[in-house]
Design a protein around this ligand. Structure first.
Ligand code: ADP
Length: 447
């Protein structure tokens, strides 16, 4: 509350004394003088009225000031109550444990979630609870970091991660952070912060780390075994060719020179043996080709796919004419890639689309593309015999075929090569088909 200040009282006293001393002379100066009782009484009344009026003005001023002061006080109290309420609600609503440490009284108030998370009963004002329950392996490190923070009177926040032992003895991982509050002299007097239980996150992180390690190990193992397999396939197929050539040659010699001495059964056996040797040679050549896929040391260039498809269809010119096949494509893009693998993919898909055509109608093949954000999607669609969806994965495995040799020629390597090429570039290849409904082979190529 405001009170009339000493200054104003002094001024009033000075005016009063001056009035007594100089009022008579002043009145005389203006021609009003008299020592009659009436004059003196009127002068006295004048003083009382004037001073009363002065008092009245002063009091009004103080009353106004007082009212303003009271209003401000009321607002501050309301704000305080509100922010206190907010603080209490936050401590209840949050999953974090809000803490408030008064350095002077050395008292800590803990939010309500403390019991919920750690199982300890109400620890209001229990200042040592925190340090007692920190995991022994973390205690010293946390204390050191915390003390350094306090000593430096850092205005920034303090934060740390550590473990706390709950009442049931289990371990929780905590992320703790706090802010210092200072008095006017800059001395820290209070710290407010929150404990966050990050155990789930920690466990997930650990599991993820473990998983990553395992994946990396598997990737390394796979890379090694892949390289070994490729080397094996290459050496085996390369070295097998010579003995196989010998077998074929000598069997052909027997067939040529001794056919007169062989009966029909003998001739039949030799025929099968030669045929088997030929098939084995083809398989070995395919294996050799497959093991070489991915070792294209060509540089990356811009490939106009319209020209590339033109070249591919030229290989099949004779068959296209003979079967009245139609191959359509429309404004295919120019892509940046190595030419040989891309050509191999289109070549295999187009030749399959021609080969597995329907017996009742000429082959119709359509090559389309879609420009997707970071990759191209190509598709080769035919109106051929189609594939039962249950085989849509199997056909991409090396040497897996759905038909006997006498039905459709081939060794079952074409799609395996396509898959190896596309996946080596990070793309995907798949088929959408139904038996008797034609097939659409799709694959993606990154831009
Ligand atoms: P190949 O043609 O030598 O048998 P591929 O790896 O190219 O080997 O194909 C594997 C199998 O997938 C084929 O045997 C065939 O059964 C099936 N296939 C491939 N392309 C088509 C197609 N366009 N239509 C129907 N079946 C197909």
């Amino acid at each position: 509350m405001y009170k009339p200040s000493n200054k104003i009282i002094s001024i009033y006293l000075v005016i009063g004394i001056l009035w007594i001393l100089i009022s008579d002379r002043s009145f005389a100066y203006f021609g009003f003088y008299g020592d009659t009782v009436l004059f003196q009484t009127l002068k006295g009344i004048g003083f009382i009225v004037a001073s009363g009026f002065l008092f009245w003005i002063m009091l009004r001023r103080y009353e106004n000031k007082n009212q303003k002061y009271l209003n401000r006080l009321k607002n501050i109290t309301e704000e305080l109550t509100l922010s206190n309420k907010r603080y209490t609600v936050v401590t209840k609503a949050t999953n974090n444990i809000i803490w408030d440490w008064d350095f002077k009284k050395n008292k800590v108030s803990w939010g309500e979630s403390l019991t919920k998370i750690f199982g300890y009963p109400n620890l209001e004002n229990h200042s040592t609870w925190w340090t007692d329950k920190i995991h022994p392996e973390d205690k010293e490190r946390v204390a050191q970091k915390f003390n350094t923070f306090i000593e430096s009177s850092n205005k920034e926040k303090w934060s740390d991660e550590y473990r706390i032992i709950t009442e049931s003895g289990s371990i929780r991982h905590i992320y703790d952070r706090g802010y210092l509050l200072f008095n006017k002299k800059g001395k820290p007097i209070r710290m407010i912060g929150s404990l966050e239980d990050i155990s789930e996150r920690k466990i997930n992180e650990e599991q993820l780390k473990e998983l990553n390690l395992q994946i990396n190990k598997r990737v390394e193992e796979l890379a090694v075994s892949n390289a070994e397999l490729e080397q094996f396939a290459y050496i085996a197929s390369h070295d097998l060719q010579e003995p196989l050539r010998m077998i074929t040659r000598f069997l052909s010699e027997i067939q040529r020179k001794y056919s007169d001495n062989l009966d029909d059964k003998g001739k039949e056996y030799i025929h099968y043996a030669v045929d088997g040797a030929h098939r084995m040679r083809n398989l070995i050549l395919d294996l050799l080709e497959y093991s070489r896929v991915g070792k294209f040391d060509q540089t990356i260039e811009t490939i106009d796919l319209n020209i590339l498809i033109e070249e591919v269809t030229n290989y099949h010119e004779a068959f296209i004419k003979e079967s009245n096949a139609v191959i359509k494509w429309n404004h295919l893009p120019a892509i940046k890639n190595r030419k040989t693998p891309i050509q191999l993919v289109f070549q295999n898909l187009i030749s399959n689309a021609l080969k597995y055509h329907s017996p009742s109608e000429p082959p119709k093949i359509e090559i389309t593309h879609q420009d997707l954000e970071d990759h191209w999607l190509f598709s080769v669609k035919d109106n051929g015999i189609g594939i039962d969806p249950m085989f849509s994965e199997k056909i991409f495995i090396i040497f897996q075929r759905l038909h006997a040799k006498h039905e459709y020629s081939g060794t079952g390597i074409g799609l395996a090569i396509c898959k190896k090429i596309i996946e080596a570039q990070g793309g995907k290849i798949w088929v959408e088909s139904e038996e008797g409904q034609g097939s659409t082979f799709c694959f993606t190529v990154s831009k």
